[in-house]
Design a protein around this ligand. Structure first.
Ligand code: HEC
Length: 414
């Protein structure tokens, strides 16, 4: 595996950028990536000198509420989640791009071993494989059919062991199986420690829920690391990737859409239960192109939110939950739109209303809620057809509805 990943450092290395960043308000949803000379993908670190020239932008991550889990404990823990502001900077050069993201988390959750009810803190960066039409970006959660995304994910994990291919994982981790004493035991422990890993960094390609496939052949060259600052109670994550590799060619664009996700381990965050940003435009400073993307992702919705609200409440609330006060009949009926305005683009919302078939959100567990499936499945082709009818066709109504949907989002944590 060519993918090289640097070990996770759990504490230390203060990175107080969160507290120090300027309070001025730059355009929302826009990150300016500064050009730097050298990006060490394999050993990318929050302390690299490359970050000195980088500008910091605020990116808001909203609780992803699309899907209701079948887990009462997790649902209760995440019921009143607010949005979090992360500080993000980006740098690039001819061959690589790197991001640094800092966010508040009062509790450092590191996964020890693989218990099924223990979850660590973590973060991910995703980028579309291609994005020629800024109005047709992939589904924000994890891509969609025909619109794949690359996801780079890392989690805070303690020393752990993965099968080494020799079928002796038991012996790797249990010194009682060795009959070793004294210095033999110490040598054995040293050997075992070397086999252990303190990092979990993975690259996936995804074309929608349940299609996440890990890229294991090294064709995606990236590095990640996350560092907890116990004093300021913040995580800082860094991720660097080649602009052009086996999966995607990002080197041809002047601006790139990216999205970030963060997981809070002590709130049992996993999979879809996390905080997620919308697509954010990353403008590569000094490089031509990408203006349409920047415009698309930074412009305000055109419609009249008040008019939209009346329509949406009348036409959509039977299936969709719109807010805590306006719950749909069943939480399993259709995606919960509570935070849809936070993590969706204007274009995606317009498309969802006009042409629901374009992206079919598959739901959490079709088998658990058979009578409330979100789509019909063609057994032969495997194609999903949404149960949501096209709701509006005139631009005025759609723009109004989008303007209202954009207001549906959690308050930002202070
Ligand atoms: C008959 C029930 C029903 C009605 C009525 C309905 N929807 Fe939907 N909607 C769904 C289902 C089911 C999905 C998930 C499958 C899909 O993506 O099409 C969905 C998906 C969506 C999505 C994508 C959600 C996401 O998480 O990405 C949006 C946005 C949306 N609907 C908006 C609306 C709006 C606005 C209206 C009213 C104008 C509306 N819907 C009316 C059932 C409905």
């Amino acid at each position: 595996m060519k993918t090289i990943i640097k070990s996770l450092i759990i504490a230390g290395l203060a990175t107080a950028t969160y507290a120090k960043s300027p309070a001025s308000a730059p355009a929302e949803n826009l990150i300016n990536a500064q050009r730097v000379s050298n990006i060490n993908i394999a050993n990318i670190s929050p302390n690299d000198s490359i970050w000195r020239s980088a500008k910091t932008a605020s990116v808001i991550l909203y609780p992803q509420t699309t899907i209701k889990l079948n887990d009462a404990k997790a649902n209760a823990a995440n019921k009143d989640n607010k949005a979090k502001v992360a500080k993000v900077s980006a740098v690039y050069n001819n061959s690589a791009i790197a991001f640094k993201i800092t966010w508040k988390d009062d509790t450092q959750s590191v996964q020890n071993g693989y218990k099924s009810d223990v979850y660590p803190d973590g973060f991910a960066m995703q980028v579309p494989v291609s994005f020629n039409d800024p109005k047709k970006l992939p589904y924000i959660g994890m891509g969609s059919e025909g619109r794949p995304v690359l996801v780079h994910l890392t989690k805070a994990v303690s020393l752990h062991y993965e099968p080494n291919g020799n079928g002796d994982i038991e012996h790797q981790i249990n010194p009682h199986n060795t009959n070793a004493f004294g210095s033999d035991l110490k040598n054995y422990d040293d050997k075992v420690n070397k086999l252990g890993k303190q990092t979990y960094s993975r690259a996936f390609i995804s074309e929608g829920f349940r299609s996440m496939t890990e890229i294991k052949d090294g064709s995606d060259t990236f590095g990640m690391k996350m560092v907890y600052d116990a004093k300021n109670k913040t995580w800082t994550g860094v991720v660097a990737k080649k602009l052009r590799d086996g999966e995607a060619d990002l080197s041809k664009y002047g601006a790139i859409p990216v999205s970030f996700a963060i997981w809070d381990g002590d709130k049992l965050n996993r999979g879809g239960v996390k905080r997620l940003s919308s697509w954010v435009a990353v403008k590569l400073q000094g490089k031509a192109g990408g203006d349409a993307l920047v415009k698309e992702l930074t412009s305000k919705p055109k419609g009249d939110a008040k008019a939209g609200q009346a329509q949406v409440e009348a036409m959509c609330a039977s299936c969709h939950t719109l807010s805590a006060a306006k719950q749909a009949t069943s939480a399993y009926m259709a995606p919960n739109l509570n935070n849809i305005g936070g993590y969706s683009t204007n274009a995606y919302l317009a498309e969802s209303i006009k042409d629901p078939e374009a992206v079919v959100v598959p739901g959490y567990n079709r088998n658990a809620h058979k009578s409330l499936a979100w789509y019909n499945l063609d057994a032969k082709t495997g194609k999903r057809t949404t149960i949501m009818p096209p709701m509006m066709s005139d631009d005025k109504s759609i723009n109004d509805a989008v303007a209202y949907l954009k207001t549906l989002k959690a308050e930002v944590e202070k």
